[in-house]
Design a protein around this ligand. Structure first.
Ligand code: UDP
Length: 240
């Protein structure tokens, strides 16, 4: 068995990424690609927990603009994450992995309620655990859910799978001279106002010494390289 740097990971995927180029709904090609990437690390014995966003279906903030009360919209957003969690679940199962969806809002007909000890047990048994419904509370994000659940289940790292290769000195789309950080401290991210996660999510990681790696989930093999500790893939945010 190839050795891996991390034994238990929390993978955060955005809802928008699931949508593929169209920007909405769920793109089966993206699901397929993600499942293959995740299988590579599950096959190495890495314990995988996933938090998925809901931005491809609904965001509380955008609901507010169309006259939906913020809290109501946030609950709609949380339900959207469960739809995405179920889509990922069925794709992972098609690829031969064992999975559980655990929701922060009870919906027993479709998935288990979130119970920390049970989540840990599932992970120990090699099941991929997908956390749905965010934190279960409005005014939070799925990035915050990722930090919180990672701390709760004692994951070694939060892996933020995005469309970019990592954290850059400036926006690489706008500034051609921008370079990628290989590693950066929490303090520097904060001082330079770099965009890694929202502040609540970020602070939770910092206060609990939980490293974050930002990497490009759309690049084949990058999840595996990150797990193996390849310093050329993504950006590692740590305390030192
Ligand atoms: N949400 C919430 N509480 C949570 C997590 C999510 O209210 O703990 C709602 C919020 O309205 C958010 C939506 O669910 O806009 C979808 O999550 P998010 O925007 O984080 O998804 P992503 O941007 O990752 O697709």
């Amino acid at each position: 068995m190839t050795s891996t740097k991390y034994k238990r990971i929390l993978l955060k995927l955005s809802g928008e990424a699931l949508a593929g180029p169209s920007g909405y709904n769920i793109d089966p090609a993206v699901l397929e690609q993600y499942s293959k990437e995740i299988k590579q690390v599950v096959d190495l014995g890495v314990q995988v927990a996933i938090v998925i966003g809901g931005g491809n279906i609904f965001r509380g903030v955008s609901g507010e603009r169309s006259g939906i009360d913020r809290v109501q919209g946030d609950y709609m957003g949380m339900l959207a994450t469960v739809i995405n969690a179920m889509a990922i679940q069925s794709s992972l199962e098609k690829h031969g992995m064992y999975t559980r969806v655990m929701s922060a809002i009870k919906m027993e007909q479709v998935c288990e309620p979130y119970v920390r000890r049970r989540a840990v047990r599932h992970l120990e048994k090699g099941r991929v655990v997908i956390f749905g419904a965010g934190t279960g509370s409005p005014y939070f994000t799925t990035d915050t859910t990722a930090s919180l659940r990672a701390i709760e289940v004692e994951a070694d790292v939060v892996l933020k799978g995005t469309k970019v290769d990592g954290v850059y000195t400036a926006d690489p789309m706008k500034d051609k001279t921008a370079t990628r950080y290989t590693t950066i401290s929490f303090e520097d991210v904060y001082e330079k106002k770099l965009n890694v996660m929202d502040l609540t999510a970020f602070t939770l990681c910092q206060e609990n010494n939980l490293p974050i790696i930002v990497f490009n989930m759309n690049e084949a093999g990058s999840l595996l390289r990150v797990i193996q500790g390849d310093s050329d893939t993504g950006t590692l945010v740590t305390s030192n």
